[in-house]
Design a binder for this molecule. Structure first.
Ligand code: OOG
Ligand code: NI
Length: 266
């Protein structure tokens, strides 16, 4: 496990921009060459003991992160938690896990056979959170998973790495609101996720979010190389609660739509 939070995020970012070439371009566009503060990153996994949410979370708990919020996504059959660092300029971490037992026997058997190939030691290694896929996967199996769960197919294809980084608009000079950010992205020919509208959430729920649709990258399956959606970039602006403190949680109804940024079709 990492002992330095900055080193962990820098390794995550390097892996992420390899998977998401548009993210490096967007960082340049919005940050105008200056460093950008990230609101959060997100990770995905399966709820099987060897690789579940808690196994991923351990890599952040040892760095001083604290569990803060619980979320449930009934239709997508997902559970999630978010974690915060005592230093509020460190990214929050949103980790979700697929409730594997809620799916067909076929999907359950596939996921179990993937997770069986993971070495327990590897899940504790310093690089686990950005180590990618730990199993063999052919394109047919990917398609079988995709038919039942876009999320299951994504984790099977990409494994362990940041699914997205999120620009904190609160800390982004030159932009007053999320609409200005979205406009700059569209002017730059980046494609936004419009599921549930381009802006998810509102000032009333204390969080507004938008995201790009995931880049498409060539993935090596055992039997073929195929272009599939990889990772996306998110943008978030947070508002103060009645007590004047900035809201630090997530909004399940908005998150439900953000998950769809890696869908093959929208
Ligand atoms: C996570 C989706 C939820 C948010 O900010 O609400 C999310 C995912 O796509 O893995 O990131
Ligand atoms: Ni997010």
């Amino acid at each position: 496990m990492h002992t330095d939070v900055n080193a962990l995020f820098s390794a995550l970012w390097q892996d992420y921009i390899e998977m998401t070439p548009s993210a490096a371009k967007i960082q340049q566009l919005l940050g105008k060459g200056e460093a950008i503060i990230n609101d959060h990153i997100a990770l995905r996994t399966f709820d099987i003991d060897k690789v579940n949410l808690d196994v991923l979370a351990e890599h952040f708990l040892t760095l001083g992160y604290v569990a803060c919020g619980d979320y449930k996504f009934e239709a997508k059959k997902l559970t999630a938690k978010h974690f915060e660092h005592p230093d509020p300029t460190q990214p929050k971490v949103f980790i979700s896990e697929l409730n594997v037992s809620a799916f067909s026997d076929e999907l359950q058997n596939i996921i179990k056979s993937l997770v069986e190939q993971v070495n327990v030691e590897a899940t504790k290694a310093e690089n686990f959170i950005y180590s990618g896929r730990h199993w063999k996967l052919d394109h047919n199996t990917y398609q079988t998973l995709l038919a039942e769960s876009e999320y299951a197919a994504w984790v099977a294809a990409f494994g362990y790495r940041a699914n997205h980084f999120t620009v904190s608009i609160n800390h982004l000079p030159g932009y007053e609101n999320i609409l200005e950010v979205n406009q700059a992205l569209k002017d730059g020919d980046f494609v936004l996720n419009s599921a549930g509208g381009e802006v998810k959430g509102s000032k009333e729920v204390l969080l507004e979010q938008s995201s790009t649709m995931a880049d498409k990258v060539m993935v090596k399956f055992d039997d073929a190389q195929v272009e599939i959606p990889s990772c996306f970039y998110e943008f978030a602006i947070r508002y103060p609660k009645a007590d004047g403190e900035i809201y630090t949680g997530f909004v399940a109804a908005s998150a439900d739509k953000i998950f769809e940024s890696t869908n093959v079709k929208t």
